[in-house]
Design a protein around this ligand. Structure first.
Ligand SMILES: [Ca+2]
Ligand SMILES: [Ca+2]
Ligand SMILES: [Ca+2]
Ligand SMILES: [Ca+2]
Length: 178
């Protein structure tokens, strides 16, 4: 459920030759709304009374509890189409975990692109999404620290797209901290 730029370019080549008979479904941007909750995880109290990092909202697909992590900045993003919650995205600085949810069986989904830097090397870039199964809510959690070497304190840029080819962004970039 992730692509790197090398694989991604193969995807473009396939599309240009017309091999992709099934055109990816697309949302109309004007139909979509979203809310975000960003939290500095230095402030998180791990579930103690009045923990500012326990984020609940009526339209959510899952409750969100950010754990304490010094210097981290996490985000919860819930995306709506009318009364339906079509997607939810969470970046958790503690252990560097990304969660992507698809909340509607509508033949469509969203793609979450992350960019980050390892020390002073060029920025890394990967895209993640939830599988589109018949389940009412699909969930993909990704251990970024293990898989992708996002180091403690690195800036992580997150943006949500409508398409796997990353031509149709829905949101702006969000700037987070691992
Ligand atoms: Ca961290
Ligand atoms: Ca969907
Ligand atoms: Ca589904
Ligand atoms: Ca889409």
């Amino acid at each position: 459920m992730r692509i790197r730029s090398a694989i991604f370019s193969l995807g473009i080549a396939a599309a240009c030759t017309g091999l992709t008979a099934t055109t990816a479904a697309a949302y109309n941007d004007s139909d979509l709304d979203w809310e975000t909750w960003a939290r500095w995880t230095s402030d998180c109290r791990n579930g103690e009374y009045n923990d500012p990092c326990a984020v609940r909202t009526p339209g959510e697909l899952d409750g969100t509890f950010f754990k304490h992590d010094s210097g981290g900045k996490g985000i919860k993003l819930v995306m709506y189409k009318g009364s339906k919650t079509i997607a939810q995205v969470e970046f958790h600085p503690y252990d560097e975990v990304l969660h992507v949810y698809d909340g509607v069986n509508d033949g469509d989904t969203v793609y979450v692109r992350l960019r980050w830097n390892d020390d002073y090397s060029p920025g890394d870039d990967a895209t993640y999404w939830a599988p589109g199964t018949s389940a009412s809510v699909d969930h993909h959690s990704i251990q970024l620290d293990g898989d992708d070497d996002i180091d403690e304190g690195n800036t992580v840029q997150l943006r949500v797209y409508d398409d796997k080819a990353l031509n149709d962004p829905i949101t702006d970039w969000y700037y987070l901290k691992a």
